[in-house]
Design a protein around this ligand. Structure first.
Ligand SMILES: Nc1ncnc2c1ncn2[C@@H]1O[C@H](COP(=O)(O)OP(=O)(O)OP(=O)(O)O)[C@@H](O)[C@H]1O
Ligand SMILES: [Mg+2]
Length: 297
């Protein structure tokens, strides 16, 4: 083959790859794959209804498959509960979505255009994916108010934050958040002195200050009192619609409160890295496979 032909072949291959990538990400010259909507690359596109797609995700640790061809889709504004036995892969799934763990195979999209598997953890957070780990991680020596203030300024870097004064609108926003997370009467309290449940709420409030579109919450009511658990369910239900939430929990009373016996609300059961069952809470509770591996324990 002549050098010219080789160059032409390489050029054609490069174009084909670019076309495939554009189709995959829906970012063909800034236009969506449907050709009717204009989509800016990197901007969340939920016109197809889903805010999160996981497709055929596999994660192996030394040959053991923590996730095994996991596929799932979360609708925009949905509050999805995920249950399943220890080791089912629930936390690993959140690790993949947030960029902490790279899967061996599969696809993971935020809306229809943002390919999360190509992004770093901080980039994923900045496009609107917020995550709450099981253990509360608030700044213990700062007040509740200061914790929320810091969360609001988080994007600015330490130096800018030092010289940054809150606007009236931002003060209002912190005030509203204090009411929402039931800490209005504790605004000046040192965070380290809060109860475990209150610390969890504060951390949720800090996440919300960043206005995430999708919130991932891993066992948010573990260690909470019954009353705190009920209030947390109310809080999450008030966020539903304006935000999309994925909630992993073992506490079935909490799952019950979140689904309200509403048959339209989906619960996903994970087992051995894949979806074992999906449906209303009543449907999955009646599923023999689910009873055998999880609920009947
Ligand atoms: N970094 C890692 N290295 C090796 N194995 C891991 C790692 N992370 C998770 N695993 C394994 O992968 C499987 C899934 O773990 P994961 O933490 O996702 O389960 P889970 O559903 O969140 O369980 P739990 O309900 O106990 O929190 C487990 O068997 C776990 O031991
Ligand atoms: Mg876990």
């Amino acid at each position: 083959m002549t050098p010219d032909l080789m160059r032409a072949g390489a050029e054609a291959r490069r174009h084909a790859e670019q076309r495939a990538l554009a189709l995959q990400t829906g970012s063909s010259g800034g236009r969506a794959a449907s050709y009717s909507r204009i989509v800016t690359p990197g901007q969340l596109d939920i016109a197809h209804g889903a805010i999160l797609y996981l497709d055929d995700i596999t994660v192996s640790f030394d040959g053991f498959k923590a996730l095994n061809a996991l596929s799932m889709s979360i609708s925009a504004g949905e509050l999805r509960c995920i249950i399943g036995p220890n080791g089912a892969g629930k936390t690993t799934m959140m690790d993949v979505i947030t960029g902490k763990t790279r899967p061996d195979a599969g696809r993971c999209f935020f809306g229809s255009t943002i390919d999360l598997l190509r992004m770093r953890e901080n980039e994923i957070a900045s496009v609107g994916v917020g995550r709450k780990f099981q253990k509360p991680t608030v700044f213990e020596h700062l007040s509740v108010f200061e914790n929320l203030e810091l969360a609001l300024k988080a994007d600015r870097g330490v130096r800018a934050s030092l010289f940054f004064r809150l606007s009236g609108a931002q003060l209002d926003r912190i005030g509203e958040m204090l009411v929402l997370i039931h800490l209005k009467d504790h605004a000046q309290r040192t965070a380290g002195l809060l109860s475990h449940g209150q610390k969890q709420w504060l951390e949720i409030g800090m996440l919300l200050m960043q206005n995430p579109k999708l919130l991932l919450l891993d066992e948010p009511v573990a260690g909470m009192t019954d009353e705190e658990t009920e209030r947390t369910a109310e809080l999450f239900l008030s966020l539903e619609g304006g935000h999309s939430l994925v909630v992993v929990e073992h506490d079935m009373k909490f799952i019950h409160a979140l689904t309200h016996g509403n048959p339209a609300k989906k619960v996903t059961v994970l087992h051995e890295g894949s979806v074992l069952a999906e449906g209303s809470l009543a449907e999955v509770q009646a599923d023999e496979k689910v009873v055998e591996v999880y609920l009947g324990r």
